[in-house]
Design a protein around this ligand. Structure first.
Ligand code: GLN
Length: 489
């Protein structure tokens, strides 16, 4: 079926040609949200009045001949970017009523480029999860099959893009939270190189892994958004101070003789046969475009999950220490003393997965276990990063191609009692965060039940252009990204 809401590139063209106004486009999105979001639960907060005001201001500015690159484009933002004056919950009871006094750099840049922010999307609590089921505000449903998860943690943004509740959305990815839900909802999701996009004003989960990125209907839209989001920010000390290339201009390069590494470890165990078949067909498409497929090995792949589940909880336990009931967020009623205040505030404010991570993290950082777990995990992290640099260098690769997720969208409730099986959902994405590399997921087919399948392209550090070029070449040769779910209210 025809998508009810245009892509970003289509919307930008229609707005520029005055075929549609931003108010009309924003209203169309708000109507879709009204019709479908009671089913999908993709939004925690819808900011309808302010969105319509911004859209009207954008239309007036355009009439005066002023229009930024995203002028008038209605977008959705994962609810962990601080938005001044607009509730930001991180899908946690702890921040249920938190109204930030400042704006994140990402949302500030989007606003400065003219974007209209429709609202804040649902997610796993503090971005911890792979199915959106850890949200205090209830799970998100997958628009392709509402009995299933859209993936996580950026499941609200993914569902909102897939179902056409917005033109595009922003997510964050610490271990796969943009790419895995993108794969499970049939959209395009890009995690930039660590440091490419500012983390200022993004509520921290694991600071050495977190990155923000676009979630869109296609690669061109992802390039257009990254263009606005990327760049040095003095407010984030890990932000990289290097020029931002023209991502959109890089899209149409021919990929003839580009070398695609395919790591055997990602195709051995756990990969669903239908996903494998779809990805093999995608490789054929690349062969047809003249790319060279190179088998490679990334031998430390199997250590990624245990490494991540030491480092990420360690950083989370430290980051989440700030929620003490004193400075902001939830506070328990009538504490007996300071200790009671801390203990009850945190017991009431955090959900079970967040508590599990805090306990794990505190344990691996404690003096008796630091060397055995945390320090060792840091060493293995380096070996995982070296695996990638060696493969890129020795085989002169432009990109590496892998599956995004081992299986398609699973049923709500299927894995949430079994944390380890949930953690395995990110087996193909986590390595990339540990190595700090850019990667994106794009759709390449459907399984027999009609659920989307995605594959992942991984690039060299700061070479977002290569994965965007490769992704675009595929989308020029295929039309999986144009199929949208036939969800109705
Ligand atoms: N699913 C992984 C986790 O639970 C990754 C989450 C993320 O990328 N934010 O930690």
């Amino acid at each position: 079926m025809d998508a009810p809401i245009p892509t970003l590139a289509q919307a930008a063209r229609a707005l520029a040609a005055r075929e549609v106004s931003s108010v009309e486009l924003t209203r169309a999105c708000l109507t879709r949200i009204e019709q479908l979001d009671s089913t999908l639960n993709a939004f925690i907060t819808v900011d309808a009045d302010r969105a319509l005001q911004t859209a009207a201001v954008s239309d007036q500015a355009r009439a005066r001949g002023e229009a930024g690159p995203l002028a008038g484009i209605p977008m959705a933002i994962k609810d962990l970017f601080c938005t001044e004056g607009l509730r930001t919950t991180c899908a946690s009871r702890m921040l249920e009523n938190f109204i930030p006094p400042y704006e994140s750099t990402v949302t500030a840049r989007l606003r400065a480029a003219g974007a209209v922010i429709l609202g804040k999307t649902n997610m796993d609590e503090f971005a911890m999860g792979s199915s959106n089921e850890t949200s205090y505000f209830g799970p998100v449903r997958n628009p392709w099959d509402t009995s299933r998860t859209p993936g996580g943690s950026s499941g609200g943004s993914a569902a909102a893009v897939a179902a056409g509740l917005c033109v595009a959305a922003i997510g964050t990815d610490t271990g796969g939270s943009i790419r895995q839900p993108a794969a499970m909802t049939g959209i395009t999701g890009l995690k930039p190189t660590y440091g490419r996009v500012s983390r200022f004003g993004m509520i921290a989960f694991a600071s050495s892994l977190d990155q923000a990125g676009p979630m869109t209907r296609d690669i061109r839209d992802a390039a257009m958004l990254l263009q606005v989001m990327a760049g040095h920010d003095p407010l984030d000390s890990t932000s990289i101070d290097t020029p931002v290339p023209d991502y959109v201009a890089a899209l149409d390069r021919p990929v003839r003789e580009w070398r695609i590494g395919v790591p055997e470890e990602y195709f051995s165990t756990g990969l669903h046969p239908e996903a494998r078949a779809a990805i093999e067909t995608a490789l054929e498409v690349y062969r047809g475009l003249g790319a060279v497929i190179v088998p490679v090995s990334l031998p430390y792949t199997q250590h990624a999950i245990p490494t991540y589940y030491i480092i990420a909880p360690a950083e989370a336990s430290s980051n989440l220490a700030r929620y003490d009931g004193i400075r902001f967020g939830h506070r328990c009623d009538q504490p007996k003393d300071l200790k009671d205040l801390y203990a009850r505030t945190r017991a009431e404010g955090f959900g079970p997965e967040v508590k599990r991570r805090i306990m794990l993290g505190t344990y691996v950082l404690s003096s008796g276990y630091y060397d055995a777990y945390y320090r060792k995990a840091q060493r293995v992290r380096r070996l995982i990063a070296d695996d990638f640099s060696r493969a890129f260098r020795d085989h002169e690769l432009s990109v590496i191609l892998t599956p995004t997720a081992p299986e398609c969208a699973f049923q709500l409730g299927e894995k949430n009692q079994d944390p380890v099986s949930m953690y395995l959902s990110d087996i193909f994405t986590i390595n990339v965060n540990l190595a700090g590399l850019p990667a994106l997921s794009l759709p390449c087919g459907f399984d027999a039940a009609g659920l989307p399948i995605g594959f992942q392209l991984i690039g060299r550090p700061l070479d977002e252009s290569a994965i965007l070029t490769m992704g675009h070449a595929y989308q020029q040769a295929s039309d999986w990204h144009t199929v949208t779910p036939g969800i109705s209210s």
